[in-house]
Design a protein around this ligand. Structure first.
Ligand code: HEC
Ligand code: HEC
Ligand code: HEC
Length: 426
């Protein structure tokens, strides 16, 4: 009978793929070991590890706000629910104290935990796969010399079917390690590997894999937009290698302003990295896609001319946006092209006002801009409680057209409405 045969075929195929799937998703558990004895780890190796850990932003994802270093528990927002980072201190019961170097290397390269379960690629192992054995040993040495902290992992709340960890095996088959084209130069090795810049700046497909054909084209992350880097950058004045190096190490660049949102955490960690490594990254990023196209070059020349006073700034509109600006913003931002303090970049140079989406500019207006704990730096108060949605729309429209001199944003009202909703306490 045809139907019977078909049924049998489906059954055999199904059975075969289930067996293949089990084989694919099953990984042996690596036996627990005792943590390396104090004194057995060469200090120079741990110091090298510290630099790599700063480049890898490990502290940011593995330290909860107000929590203890590397003890995990940070909620990572994904389109499918929350996932919590784990404890990577050398505590034997709740951290990685019982992990051998081999188990750690397997996790860093292939995203498989010591006991054999799959880790989600929110942990950027597809990038860390580019690390050398020596680099991974250095990171291990650094982590094993941290203070052990007892902190059990929190339960994730991912939606079905994303809560089935074994499915990551299929994801790996499709995408790992496709995100890591190993570039020859030092900067590429760092940026694509340990520093995983593309994890935020490269758009992802529907199941969360980076679209390598659109590398560094810009992507949404945690309610912010990580702008395109390289030739496609929307920054009014193209980034140079020198400004990138300054920005990565100190979170601020004279022609671009300060790092905000998730990038503020990245630069805070990079401040502990080796300056030579940051220069290498800067050289690599500055070169992505070649030089800026003639349209951008012309715009940059025009912008420089306005800054130096040899060309007039864009014409200004009046209306409610101009009034709000004069009353609430001009005290610090002046006319948007000049500032009283050298610490403040003219608003006209802000990438956030030249981007296709008003998201980042709105985020700063809602939340303000505050230096991180124990850090000095310019401050801006948040206006979430002081401006109505309509006033935000008006002032953003003014910033965009009259200060940045760009065509009006068409999605302003919707973006303001949706972001104000996101900001409301749940
Ligand atoms: C973008 C956030 C992010 C960054 C950056 C990050 N991690 Fe993680 N890491 C996670 C998350 C989330 C998990 C848990 C994944 C899961 O449960 O599937 C994790 C898990 C791990 C694990 C597995 C632990 C276990 O118990 O299975 C190790 C080891 C680890 N990370 C080490 C590191 C190191 C070392 C760095 C820096 C080089 C780093 N991580 C950077 C988010 C991050
Ligand atoms: C955790 C996500 C994340 C990671 C990792 C990350 N970035 Fe960013 N980056 C962002 C976001 C979001 C912004 C936009 C906010 C801002 O401008 O400060 C940004 C802004 C920037 C800017 C400013 C762009 C402009 O024109 O204003 C540069 C340059 C940059 N990132 C470079 C890098 C480099 C180089 C790396 C790797 C070393 C990196 N980023 C890693 C999220 C990230
Ligand atoms: C107390 C001073 C102060 C006031 C008042 C203030 N700002 Fe700011 N603003 C800052 C500082 C400081 C920064 C961050 C420094 C930088 O980007 O160079 C900033 C950054 C910004 C940015 C982000 C620029 C970028 O690089 O992406 C926007 C947009 C902005 N302000 C808009 C406003 C608007 C709109 C108002 C009024 C509603 C306002 N600011 C009021 C101090 C202020």
């Amino acid at each position: 009978m045809r139907l019977g045969r078909l049924f049998l075929a489906v059954l055999i195929l199904g059975g075969a793929s289930a067996a293949a799937f089990t084989a694919l998703s099953w990984h042996r558990s690596d036996a627990p070991v005792s943590p390396p004895a104090a004194g057995s780890i060469p200090p120079a190796l741990a110091t090298e590890g510290a630099r790599l850990v700063a480049l890898g932003n490990c502290a940011d994802c593995h330290t909860a706000p107000g929590g203890r270093p590397y003890a995990g528990g940070v909620a990572i927002q994904t389109p499918y629910g929350h996932l919590f980072s784990t404890n990577i201190t050398p505590d034997t019961a709740t951290g990685i104290g019982a992990w051998s170097l081999a188990a750690f290397t397997r996790a860093m390269r292939t995203g498989i935990s010591r006991d054999g379960h799959h880790l989600y690629p929110a942990f950027p192992y597809p990038h860390y796969a580019a690390l050398s054995e020596h680099e991974i040993a250095a990171i291990y040495a650094y982590l094993m010399t941290r203070k052990p902290i007892s902190a059990a992992a929190r339960d994730d709340d991912l939606a079905f079917p994303f809560n089935i960890r074994a499915l990551v095996a299929v994801w790996n088959l499709l995408y790992w390690p496709a995100t890591v084209p190993p570039p020859e130069d030092a900067g590429g090795h760092i940026a694509e590997g340990i520093a995983h810049c593309g994890a935020c700046h490269t758009p992802r497909n529907q199941i969360g894999a980076e679209r390598t054909e659109s590398a560094y084209a810009g992507a949404d992350v945690d309610g912010w937009h990580a702008p395109a880097l390289g030739a496609a950058s929307p920054a009014p004045i193209p980034w140079t290698e020198a400004e990138l190096a300054l920005y990565l190490s100190g979170g601020v660049a004279p022609h671009h302003g300060v790092a905000a949102g998730p990038m503020q955490a990245v630069t805070a960690n990079l401040a502990f990295a080796d300056p030579a490594d940051l220069h290498a990254i800067a050289a690599y990023i500055a070169g992505i896609g070649g030089p800026a196209d003639p349209v951008r070059q012309a715009r940059a020349t025009q912008t420089e001319a306005i800054l130096s006073g040899t060309a007039p700034p864009p014409p200004r509109s009046g209306g409610p946006g101009a009034e709000i600006y004069a009353g609430a913003c001009a005290i610090c931002h002046q006319d948007g092209w000049h500032t009283l303090s050298q610490n403040l970049t003219p608003l006209a140079l802000a990438t956030s006002l030249s981007e296709a989406s008003p998201r980042n500019a709105l985020r700063v207006i809602l939340e303000g801009r505050h230096p991180r704990e124990s850090e000095a730096g310019p401050q801006m108060p948040g206006f979430a409680n002081n401006l109505t949605a309509q006033q935000m729309v008006d002032v953003l429209a003014y910033l965009r057209t009259s200060i940045a001199g760009r065509p009006a944003w068409t999605d302003l009202a919707e973006t303001v409405a949706s972001m104000r909703r996101e900001q409301e306490p749940q």
